[in-house]
Each structure stands twice: as C-alpha cells, then as structure tokens.
Design a protein around this ligand. Structure first.
Ligand SMILES: Nc1ncnc2c1ncn2[C@@H]1O[C@H](COP(=O)(O)OP(=O)(O)OP(=O)(O)O)[C@@H](O)[C@H]1O
Ligand SMILES: [Mg+2]
Length: 318
C-alpha cells in the first residue's frame, strides 16, 4: 500500500512535504454526525504518514472523542481536557504515539466540555500552538455541528474538507454547514476588509439571514462595486473540498458533481469534489477490531478510494 500510494503521488509529495518548513492544517467537518469524518481524518492522516510526512491528528470532537479508536490506540492518558483545565499544559505535551512512527494523536476531551463552550481565549491559544507543533500536516477532526468554534476552526485551516453521505438529510446538512461557514467568513471579513458598513447595508436591505451567499454578494456589488468585488474575490478563494462517503451506485458518486454545480450557482462558491469512498464492510470490521482500516485491510477497495482522494487534495493544494 505504501508503495502504491507513494508511486501515485510522489511528485506532489516531493513538492508539498515541508514547504518553507510551515505546516499545513486540514480541518475535516460537515454538519452531520456519523457521516465518516473520523474515518476520513484518520485514514488521510495514515496516507500522509505513509508518504513520509510528519503528521499530527487532533480530535476536536470534544465530548464525543473517538478518533483514537479509528487509529487503534487506547484512550490516551492526556487529552485536550488537560489543555483546557491546566493553563500550563502545552499542546505538544499531549502528543500520543500511534501504530505509525510519523503519526501522532492528540485526543479530544472525554468529558462534557463541548467545543461549543470553548472560549475565544482558548481558541486563539489553541490555534497559535497548533502552528507551533513539529509536523508537516495537522489534521483536525471537527466533530458534528455548526457552532462558531467549529466554523472558526474550519475557516482557520489551510484546507477544509467536508464529508457527506449520498442521502438528502446529510446533503442538506452539508449545505447548511457551507452556508454557516459563509456567514461566519463574512463576519470575519467585516474586520479584515473594513467592509462593515457595506455588509450592514446589505444585511439591512431586503435580504435577511436566509439570503443565499450569491444574493448577498450581488447586493454588495450593487451598493458598492469596488468593495463588492473585493468581497467576491475573497469568497472565491474559499474552496472547501468535498468527499462523498458510503457510495453504493454511480448515482451516489454523481451527487458530488451536482453539489459542486449547486454550490457555484447558489453560494458562488467553488466546492472541490475530491472523491468518494465506497460503502464497505471492512470499515465496521476495522472499527470492531479497533485497528486502523488502511493498515488492517490493505487490499480493501477503500485503499484505492483514499489514494485517489489524497492524490487529488495534494495536487490541488500545490
Ligand atoms: N465507507 C463506509 N462503509 C461502511 N461503513 C462506514 C463507512 N463510513 C463510515 N461507516 C460507518 O459509520 C460509522 C461512523 O463513522 P465515523 O465515526 O467516521 O463518523 P463521524 O462523522 O466521525 O461521526 P461523529 O459525528 O459521531 O463523530 C463507522 O463506525 C462505520 O461503522
Ligand atoms: Mg467522529
């Protein structure tokens, strides 16, 4: 498996490994619970580490942390709970080993302290220390939901990856997540681009919080073409990746292409469909065995799926 992944994406990995010594943060999210975020996070992390990258994977699903199981390790002694409760704890103190030498885990809190309760001061400190970790790639498993904290971690990452199932409820949740992210991004842009007055005007006009992102941008262009254009450009640079999980038919696979078209039309947003994962019994078999999927079942059809996704993401993040 190692060889196969390496041979496919060697060129990309040569280019991408430690550009300027700075890490890349990938955040894996999506509105709904149980869609495969932890499966995607853990196995993308394994792919990257098999390519020789130094990877840290962090379970941000505070309160419902289970990423350790996907990686085949017992609940680590130190978790993010220690980080939030003891002010002198460093993020680097929480690194736990995994079956792969290059891959370290920081486990999420097991207690009730949800990410929703994370205060701004903790969030900023966490983001700062993330960038100080000794790693080429840092992958965040964001957990379900659209709290401001989850949205901010998604937006702070260099790469946001959305996971969805090919079924209406999950797809709707993904659109809701995208829309929430967009509104959150607008809130940040207000300060950054000094477009507050414009956004106030836009939001106070006939539009309301149910307006689509495309409508908001269009209104902004009408009110102030120069600032509106700036806003549009900023939004267009935001291009989350999409993975469809548990596909069973070609129609399921094609949902990703439809979602890309709809996102462009409705949100004015370039959703990047990076691939799909087939529904496969090896997933629950590996969960039951508490072993990482890609290591336990190296000839699983999902290995090819993951190879293709990682290839696509690395190529595009050049
Ligand atoms: N491709 C797949 N084929 C078969 N089963 C799958 C697949 N993907 C996920 N599953 C099943 O769905 C379960 C949920 O996956 P996972 O824990 O990765 O979702 P999640 O989005 O992280 O959930 P949560 O929101 O609770 O954190 C897995 O335990 C597995 O049994
Ligand atoms: Mg999970």
């Amino acid at each position: 498996m190692n060889n196969s992944i390496s041979s496919h994406i060697k060129d990309a990995s040569d280019l991408l490994g430690t550009q300027n010594g700075s890490q890349k943060i990938w955040a894996i999210g999506g509105g709904k619970g149980g869609v495969g975020k932890s499966l995607v996070t853990s196995n993308l992390a394994i792919c990257l580490s098999l390519l020789g990258m130094k990877v840290v994977v962090i379970d941000m699903d505070l309160g419902g942390a289970n990423l350790h199981t996907c990686l085949g390790v017992p609940i680590p002694e130190k978790t993010l709970s220690d980080y939030f409760q003891k002010s002198n704890t460093k993020l680097a103190d929480l690194l736990t080993t995994t079956p792969l030498k290059n891959l370290k885990l920081i486990s999420g809190a097991q207690d009730e302290m949800g990410i929703a309760n994370l205060r701004q001061v903790h969030r900023s400190k966490l983001l700062k220390q993330l960038r100080e970790l000794d790693a080429d790639y840092i992958l965040l498993d964001l957990g379900a939901g659209t709290t401001n904290n989850t949205l901010d971690f998604f937006l702070s990452a260099d790469q946001g990856i959305l996971v969805t199932l090919p079924e209406p409820t999950s797809i709707e949740n993904t659109y809701r997540f995208i829309k929430s992210v967009f509104h959150r991004k607008l809130a940040h842009l207000e300060d950054f681009l000094e477009v507050s007055p414009l956004i106030d005007k836009v939001l106070n006009s006939k539009l309301n919080e149910n307006s689509s992102p495309a409508e908001i941008i269009e209104k902004a262009m009408q009110i102030d073409p120069v600032m509106g254009e700036k806003l549009k450009r900023e939004v267009q640079t935001f291009s989350p990746k999409l993975v469809i999980n548990q596909v069973r038919t070609q129609a399921d696979i094609d949902i990703g292409f439809s979602m890309k078209i709809i996102s462009k039309k409705y949100f004015g947003l370039n959703l990047d469909y990076v691939g799909f994962l087939e529904y496969d019994a090896t997933v629950w078999q590996s969960v039951k065995k508490k072993r990482p999927l890609l290591l336990e079942f190296p000839s699983s059809t999902l290995v090819k799926n993951f190879e293709s996704i990682i290839h696509r993401i690395l190529n595009l993040s050049k």
